[in-house]
Write a protein that binds this ligand. Structure first.
Ligand code: ITT
Length: 182
């Protein structure tokens, strides 16, 4: 019998899964979804948080899986919200972020994908440089309506090729190269 999925994405965030699935489909990897809130330690390091999430996910699911930890880092705010991006989005949201910014609007999105199975725990990271728009532009989830990647005039929410250039795409591309040759 053929397996339906090669591996699973464990997350509470369906948007992240939908994008990861499309991206991995394009590399020939079939990604299933296990919706679950994972233990998130407080740390300034996305990689440490990702490792902890992956171990927690594996202890719950016992299947080959990936998890993802992301952050948006704003230069004029010394990298804030960084590892706290999810909490900051839920509390002050995009309007709150726009109110904090003046001239320097440069920022980056970082993604860490961590793979875990019985024997392996391995992380892949990527960043995408860009800036924060002056207004909310377009409809999208999370920070998509305010993040403009470099060399673009549009936000992630306005672009139709986000999944071909995002921080998530870049980290999953690294992961795929490794996964398909392991
Ligand atoms: P998990 O259950 O997978 O942890 P989460 O939403 O809490 O889901 P993170 O801890 O990685 O995920 O939080 C990062 C936050 O950054 C996320 O909640 C979004 O608000 C935001 N974010 C991450 N990637 C994004 C993207 O591609 N576009 C817009 N916002 C994004």
């Amino acid at each position: 019998m053929h397996k339906l999925f090669d591996l699973f994405f464990v997350s509470s965030n369906n948007h992240k899964y939908q994008e990861a699935k499309k991206i991995l489909d394009s590399f020939g990897i079939r990604l299933g979804f296990i919706k679950s809130s994972l233990e998130e330690i407080q740390s300034n390091s996305l990689k440490e948080i990702a490792l902890c999430k992956a171990k927690d996910a594996f202890s719950k699911c016992k299947k080959p899986l990936i998890i993802e930890d992301d952050g948006i880092f704003i230069n004029s705010l010394n990298g804030f919200p960084g590892p706290y991006s999810s909490y900051v989005f839920k509390t002050i949201g995009n309007k709150g972020i726009l109110n904090l910014l003046k001239q320097n609007r440069t920022a980056k999105f970082v993604s860490i994908i961590t793979y875990c199975d019985k024997k392996i725990l391995q992380s892949f990271d990527a960043k995408l440089d860009g800036s924060i728009s002056k207004n909310i532009q377009g409809k999208g989830w999370g920070y998509d309506p305010v993040f403009i990647p470099n060399n673009s005039k549009k936000t992630f929410a306005e672009l139709n090729n986000k999944n071909e250039l995002s921080h998530r795409y870049k980290a999953l591309k690294k992961f795929s190269k490794w996964y398909l040759h392991k």
